[in-house]
Design a protein around this ligand. Structure first.
Ligand SMILES: Cc1cc2nc3c(=O)[nH]c(=O)nc-3n(C[C@H](O)[C@H](O)[C@H](O)COP(=O)(O)OP(=O)(O)OC[C@H]3O[C@@H](n4cnc5c(N)ncnc54)[C@H](O)[C@@H]3O)c2cc1C
Length: 307
């Protein structure tokens, strides 16, 4: 972590909300469903698919988890009404995973059932390593009960991911492969930048071996190249994989993927809880504060490199 990153993280909570909002504006669609609809429509018009995320995690009570379930219901209605090309991403701690497994299970089954009503799909985001086993178990439970409109996320940073891929292989899971955003202990997670890259490529290879539909979710140029290489080597058709990126990140690279004929899905977070989300994300992984800072600097000073 650079000195600049550390300094930014320290001052963040003291920054006026309006400034945090300005910094995170580009990465968040807005606070309400019409904001998400507007952003997803714009992405769809540019031939990009979307995955809408209702911002929030670590719900503190049953009522709050039910609000998330309702919010996702409204999102599915909007997607259908506006004929958007979008699925959704959910965080299990927003649905109560840290409160009670059974509560989370009931909420998740409702969200997945709502999705099925309109032929939609639910991606279960992966949170920190304390939630990994429960998250995969809930996924297994869904699949065991015949819910196939659901997918998971695996993190290349975690040493266990290769084993998880092998264990889940009989289900041919639909997987979003990411590096992993959470800071995890060395015992369970690769720490080196290149180690994580190598494991990402290894995981992608194993997912292909397992016949999994895989979303390659990265902005890392090396991994984009490796992803394209593995997909080509395997002779996958256009609709047998996808790339994914975050809203507002590396937009030129995103456009290039689309121009080159790949399918790309953009992660679109929105919601009232944008402030807590921005703050926690930035504090948990100060590297991102570094990206945001350099990005803001270049916008303020006109360098404008959106690579
Ligand atoms: C669609 C999607 C969904 C994700 N879902 C999850 C999840 O469920 N669980 C999880 O743990 N992680 C998730 N992540 C985050 C992921 O784990 C990484 O932390 C993140 O993608 C950065 O890693 P990278 O592969 O892009 O490579 P990096 O080397 O970290 O980034 C490459 C370049 O991309 C740019 N960049 C990357 N991230 C940002 C950012 N946030 N803001 C500005 N610039 C940035 C920078 O220019 C950087 O140099 C998701 C990522 C994506 C794209």
């Amino acid at each position: 972590m650079s000195k600049l990153d550390r300094a930014i993280v320290r001052v963040l909570p003291a920054m006026p909300r309006s400034l945090v909002r300005r910094v995170s504006d580009r990465y968040i669609a807005g606070t309400r469903i019409p904001d998400a609809v507007r952003v997803v429509s714009r992405l769809n018009a540019a031939e990009k698919m979307a995955s809408v995320d209702v911002l929030g995690e670590e719900a503190t009570g049953r009522r709050e988890t039910q609000e998330f379930v309702r919010a996702y219901h409204d999102v599915f209605e909007a997607i259908e009404r506006e004929r958007l090309d979008s699925n959704v991403s959910v965080k299990l701690t927003a649905l109560g995973l840290n409160l009670a497994y059974e509560l989370c299970r009931a909420n998740l089954f409702k969200v997945v059932a709502h999705a099925a009503e309109s032929g939609n799909f639910v991606r279960i985001d992966m949170e920190d390593s304390t939630t990994t086993s429960d998250t995969l178990e809930l996924y297994r439970e869904l699949r065991a009960e015949g819910h196939d409109n659901v997918g998971i996320v695996l993190q290349a940073a975690l040493r266990r991911s290769i084993r998880d891929i092998h264990d889940l292989a009989p289900l041919r899971p639909n997987v979003r492969l990411v590096k992993g955003i959470y800071v995890e202990p060395q015992l369970i997670a690769y720490q080196g930048f290149e180690e994580v890259q190598q494991n990402f490529v290894r995981c992608l290879h194993e997912l292909h071996q397992a016949g999994s539909y895989t979303a390659i979710a990265t902005h890392d140029e090396h991994l984009l190249t490796e992803g394209k290489r593995l997909v080509a080597e395997r002779g996958l058709a256009r609709d047998e994989y996808e790339f994914q990126m975050l809203l507002g990140v590396r937009e030129l690279a995103a456009d290039k993927l689309v121009r080159d004929g790949h399918r790309l899905r953009i992660y679109v977070p929105f919601g009232e809880r944008w402030y807590q989300y921005s703050l926690r994300r930035l504090q948990e992984n100060p590297k991102i504060a570094g990206y945001v800072a350099s990005d803001t600097m270049s916008r303020l000073f006109g360098a404008g490199d959106r690579h």
